[in-house]
Write a protein that binds this ligand. Structure first.
Ligand code: FE2
Length: 478
């Protein structure tokens, strides 16, 4: 028997779950951050090769509990099969890094460049997104081979070109490579969250109610009391122009005028959402935006996406199984339309993205640190932490990065002075700045090191399958 290669260590999806190593991966994944700038390059984490291994390993370990059949299903056009995510993030490194920087580069399979190209028109042809579930071959095992092929070449390249500490700066001629590899890390972070969102939808359509990720039961608690935190407003800065990693859509920084406002210190709970439902929230047109009311009627919305009625009880599908709705947990999987209707019903409103960002800066709220244990994997009890936990109370802003993305009332638009980067990476964000709303914060399924105060997530206003929740805002009148 030959000694295990690097890529043997990285690929786990063809093998039984290895809980101890999952624990290790999530506990150290990926980067510490400067709390407000999202600096994950100057943190002394080690070299790019080590970070590459860490990021790639997590994807495989999230997929490891899923069977090849689980990994093939697509339950709606927005959902991609798990094996597609595993292959697409691999294609991203192959197409954007290896093709550009590896001497003597050749494709693993030319057909993969069509199958696993998501939306990059300038790279070439694409297979229709809505049909990704039609592709039984390459299978999950074949995708593992693809990942190993690219991992071997990426690690060779990183060792040869970017072997120093990332905080050392490195050679100027390697700047473009450093930027692309960093983008690849954060791209794979995004798909790790998408993988969990999508497999949750897949599992929800199975009447056997499969448990994607076993987790211990958590005893319900009494919901905490929400309080308001006040902010004076004025002319404030928004955006991120730091040296730390951030996406192009967070630039450039610019001044924004805010009226005095206040923000709830925790997210809206399931219990509060039930009050909205009991008061006819889904039946009163006056609470809804016109497009939202049309969706309510067309799609028969009467509760958050994963709630089902069982006699007199509401049950909720989670990544850890289906169980009664817990009143103390934050509501999740509601659309922008529902969030807006709830706020109207409550006599409040949603925050703008600029209010949200200013409030979190003023509150000195930091994303979960690298050694945070919120996503703990327990060897005996399984996986916990993929569902938002109840607020534990206290003072200050809470449930900012670790529970549910928070809808804002801001349309996803370019900041003043935004320019699209040259080349295919210019298609990453800018071309989606139409018909979508901004969400801020982070969710229980967001990988550590990915969220930051200036981060702009975005989805269409009717989307419900993301881990999206509600933080209320109010305008101060005195
Ligand atoms: Fe992608």
């Amino acid at each position: 028997m030959s000694a295990p290669t690097t890529t043997d260590r990285l690929s786990a999806s063809n093998d039984p779950p290895a809980q101890a190593s999952i624990d290790d991966t999530l506990a150290v994944h990926p980067a510490t951050h400067d709390s407000l700038t999202g600096d994950c390059l100057g943190d002394g984490l080690g070299d790019f090769a080590s970070e590459y291994e860490r990021v790639r390993r997590l994807t495989e370990q999230l997929a490891a509990p899923l069977t090849p059949e689980d990994q093939t299903v697509q339950t709606m056009p927005d959902v991609s099969p798990t094996k597609w995510h595993r292959a697409h993030v691999t294609w991203f490194f192959e197409a954007f890094v290896l093709a550009e920087h590896q001497p003597g580069f050749s494709m693993f399979q030319d057909t993969y460049w069509t199958l696993f190209n998501s939306y990059y028109e300038s790279v070439g042809a694409r297979y229709p997104r809505a049909n990704r579930g039609h592709i039984s071959r390459p299978g999950a095992h074949d995708v593992g081979d693809y990942r190993r092929h690219v991992d071997d070449r990426m690690l060779d390249l990183l060792s040869a070109r970017l072997s120093g500490k990332r905080s050392d700066g490195g050679r100027p001629e390697d700047d473009a490579l450093r930027a692309l590899v960093s983008l690849g890390f954060h791209h794979e972070h995004q798909h790790q969250e998408l993988l969990l969102m999508d497999i949750k939808h897949v599992m929800s359509r199975n009447p056997l109610e499969p448990v994607g990720y076993p987790g211990p039961r958590v005893a319900p608690r009494s919901p905490s009391t929400a309080s308001w935190i006040e902010f004076g407003g004025g002319v404030v800065d928004a955006g991120n122009s730091s040296d730390g990693f951030h996406f192009d859509n967070e630039e450039p920084t610019h001044a924004v005028f805010l009226r005095p406002f206040r923000l709830a210190d925790r997210l809206v709970t399931n219990g509060e959402w039930l009050e909205f439902m009991t008061d006819g929230g889904y039946e009163r047109h006056e609470l809804w935006l016109s497009d939202g009311w049309a969706r309510v009627n067309e799609e028969k919305w009467c509760s958050p996406l994963y709630w089902t009625r069982d006699g007199s009880q509401w049950r909720e599908h989670t990544l850890h199984g289906t169980r009664p709705v817990r009143l103390d947990e934050p509501v999740v999987h509601v659309s922008h339309y529902e969030a807006d209707a709830f706020a109207t019903w409550a006599g409040k409103r949603l925050p703008t993205e600029f209010e949200w960002e200013h409030a979190m800066r003023e509150s000195m709220v930091a994303p979960p640190p690298r050694d945070d244990q919120a996503h703990r994997i327990d060897q005996e009890d399984g996986i916990e932490g993929f569902h938002p936990a109840a607020d534990t109370g206290g003072t200050g802003m809470r449930q900012v990065f670790d529970s549910a993305w928070q809808w804002t009332s801001s349309a996803y638009l370019p900041y003043p002075g935004f320019t699209t980067p040259a080349g295919a990476v210019g298609e990453y964000n800018g071309k989606f700045m139409s018909g979508q709303m901004v969400l801020r914060g982070g969710a229980s399924v967001t990988p550590k090191g990915h969220a930051r105060v200036s981060y702009r997530n975005f989805f269409p206003p009717h989307a419900r399958w993301a881990f999206s929740g509600v933080r209320l805002a109010d305008t101060q009148t005195t």
